[in-house]
Ligand binder design. Structure first.
Ligand SMILES: [Cu+2]
Length: 174
């Protein structure tokens, strides 16, 4: 009986510790990375997410991609099964909004500005996801970063008319 009481007390202490850490922002600075791969398995870059005071900063470093403007988003499930990456699910949307920063009912937490790929096939951008948290990004079913074939119009629900999914990466704690 005494032993059970002590264990219960220890468990309560551990839970309180977690809560305190989150409430005080003690988790700031945690990061996660997602290796971007095409349907054929080619390595086409890396996405790095870092928790900050104003949300999650996401840096996309892409290479070996078709030149042009591409929609780019955090998707809700950490699975990137070729060839179409539909297993990544829809956009990360814990607050049940519609798609796009130009949509009055938006945006999704996972919505991000378009990625511009140059003539050499590479492109980089650093963005901020103000509604993002690392606990949400790395929840039980994880999350993935997806690059699309076409530009995101920032307005059309659910995916901004950004076309097929040409690269995908699953976030893992770094
Ligand atoms: Cu997307």
């Amino acid at each position: 009986m005494l032993r059970a009481t002590i264990l219960t007390a220890l468990a309560a202490t551990a839970l309180a510790g977690c809560t305190t850490t989150t409430a005080t922002g003690g988790t700031a600075g945690r990061s996660a990375t997602a290796p971007l791969r095409t349907a054929a398995g080619a390595d086409v870059g890396t996405v790095t997410a870092t928790e900050m005071a104003g949300g999650i900063q996401v840096r996309i470093d892409a290479r070996g991609m078709p030149a042009g403007i591409h929609g780019a988003h955090v998707h809700t499930t950490g699975r990137c099964d070729a060839p179409d990456f539909t297993t990544a699910g829809g956009h990360w949307n814990p607050t049940a909004k519609q798609h796009g920063t130009s949509n009055p009912a938006g945006p999704h937490a996972g919505d991000a500005p378009n990625l511009t790929i140059g003539a050499d096939g590479s492109g980089s951008v650093t963005i901020m996801l103000p509604a993002g948290t690392m606990d949400g990004l790395l929840d039980a079913d994880g999350s993935a970063f997806v690059i699309h074939a076409a530009a995101d119009d920032y307005r059309t629900d659910p995916s901004g008319n950004s076309g097929g999914r040409i690269a995908c990466g699953v976030f893992a704690a770094a």
